[in-house]
Design a protein around this ligand. Structure first.
Ligand code: UD1
Ligand code: CA
Length: 458
């Protein structure tokens, strides 16, 4: 849409969040609040998109990048002042301006398109979205005359006693004709309790100037809820998680206890996968069909194939292929690849390591910076000593190797194909294919020792 500009107000600190982080960057079920708004307006094909930034603007710019324009509001003097900061950027622009808040994440594209169309069709100078709230506390209220025509908007703090009962609220989402918008903004004065330039004052001024105001009332108020406090944030998160779980269940995923399961939006999970209670699945994770995930599992950027079992384990930025078995109490750290049918068992930590097809590390092991072939058995208590205090070194374990229990594999080191190591070995040199390496001191048995000990005690 060539004649449409979108302004997102996001300069405020978000005082009510009581936080160091700008409000719009707070995490809402896996991504910053602001990203929800940006993803919605991406579907609008507006030719100008501007974010008004102020408080910690560098943090916002760093996250969003330069796909969007920025207007700096150095001092946060109010919403009208925020919009005014885009004046220069929009000096050559002609058309309609949509104004959104960075803290209203669930606005849908349909509502936005509806707003724009209604506004244009009727040639309004401003069209605003309102809704009815059971508890309107905190919002600006829509004031109507006897005929039901909009007269103005009064902010919560300015609201006289007799108007506190009004439950039609201003959602903070508007469409303005650009010329009327900027002409009006210049006329706004901060003569209110907060000493702020209120964008909501535009309504009264436009009406005084004899211009028309339009209004759309959305039925589903949850679409236009603003996030002001951490309580709002938690409620909004629950809403997203609920929506995601419902979607996945309808796609054929069993979620045993929806209330204790948290899955970020956009994560794909295959049919007949069962998610057990107390499981969190985050970021760019993807899970195949017929898996069993949880209970008590935490997956972050985990890519999981078909028929995989993950039980009470943590997986970060790792791939697990078909039929592999993980846990309980395993920790797969970034850069790990577990191939088809492999097994990573109790209390095993794996980092930046490839574990080949059908290989097993079933108990109490650390595998770091290693490449492990097929059908390898890693005995209980094996440790790759990958760090020499300066750099990380590789361990290579070829196909069909049998590593005895309680081995220290001092990297860099290579265990050749089908070689064996004795239990308790400290392997410091390469083992040629097919060899048995025993690297421990030889056992000495001392005859009659216990009898002698007893005697000497007497
Ligand atoms: C605003 C509206 C209120 C409406 C509510 C809906 C005004 C005066 N009030 O109130 O009628 O019911 O939204 O959610 O507009 N911001 C800036 N610069 C500033 C001040 C704010 O960029 O100087 C940004 C904030 O970062 C935020 C948005 O504008 O993203 C809204 O500001 P906020 O302080 O949350 O306004 P509300 O009090 O919620
Ligand atoms: Ca707000």
């Amino acid at each position: 849409m060539k004649d449409t500009a979108v302004i997102i107000m996001a300069a405020g600190k978000g005082k009510r969040m009581k936080s160091n982080l700008p409000k719009v960057l707070h995490n809402l079920a896996g991504k910053p609040i602001l990203n929800y708004v940006l993803e919605t307006i991406d579907q609008l094909n507006a030719n100008r998109k501007i974010i008004v930034v102020g408080y910690k603007s560098e943090k916002i710019k760093e996250l969003i990048g330069d796909e969007i324009e920025y207007a700096e509001q150095v001092e946060q003097l109010g919403t009208a002042h925020a919009v005014l900061q885009t004046k220069k950027l929009l000096s050559d622009f002609k058309g309609e301006v949509l104004i959104l808040s960075g803290d209203v994440p669930f606005l849908t594209i349909n509502t936005l398109k509806g707003l724009l169309k209604y506004h244009k069709d009727n040639k309004f100078s401003c069209t605003l979205i309102s809704t009815i709230l059971e508890n309107p506390h905190g919002y600006g209220r829509i004031i109507r005359d006897k005929e039901g025509e909009i007269e103005g908007i009064i902010e919560e703090v300015e609201l006289p006693e007799d108007k506190k009962g009004i439950n039609e609220i201003n959602t903070g989402i508007y469409c303005f004709n650009k010329e009327s918008l900027f002409q009006t903004l210049e006329k706004i004065v901060p003569d209110n309790k907060q000493g702020e330039y209120y964008l909501t004052d535009t309504v009264e001024i436009l009406l005084k100037d004899g211009l028309n105001i339009g209004n759309i009332m959305v039925k589903d108020y949850s679409e236009v809820l603003g996030i002001n406090t951490r309580v709002d944030l938690a409620n909004a998160s629950q809403k997203v998680y609920q929506r995601v779980r419902k979607h996945l269940m309808l796609q054929g995923v069993t979620i045993i206890d929806p209330n204790s399961t948290f899955i970020d939006e956009g994560i794909e999970i295959g049919e007949d996968t069962v998610i057990y209670p107390f499981t969190i699945i985050e970021k760019d994770s993807k899970i195949g069909k017929g898996c069993h995930i949880g209970p008590y599992s935490h997956l972050i950027d985990a890519r999981i194939g078909k028929g995989v079992k993950v039980w009470a384990s943590t997986i970060e930025d790792s791939s697990i292929e078909e039929g592999a078995n993980i846990g309980p109490y395993a920790h797969l750290r970034p850069g790990t690849i577990i191939k088809k049918g492999a097994k990573i068992g109790n209390f095993v930590e794996v980092k930046k390591t490839v574990v080949g097809e059908a290989s097993k590390a079933s108990h109490l092991t650390y595998l770091g910076d290693a490449v492990i072939g097929k059908r390898v058995n890693i005995g209980a208590g094996t440790i790759t000593c990958n760090y020499d205090g300066k750099k990380k070194n590789r361990t290579i374990i070829e196909d069909e190797v049998f590593v005895g229990s309680n081995n220290s594999l001092v990297a860099p080191v290579k265990l050749g194909k089908a070689s064996y190591t004795g239990a308790g070995s400290t392997i410091t040199e390469d083992v040629p294919p097919g060899n048995l390496a025993i690297a421990r001191s030889k056992q000495k048995n001392i005859k009659g020792w216990s009898k002698r000990k007893k005697k000497s005690k007497k």
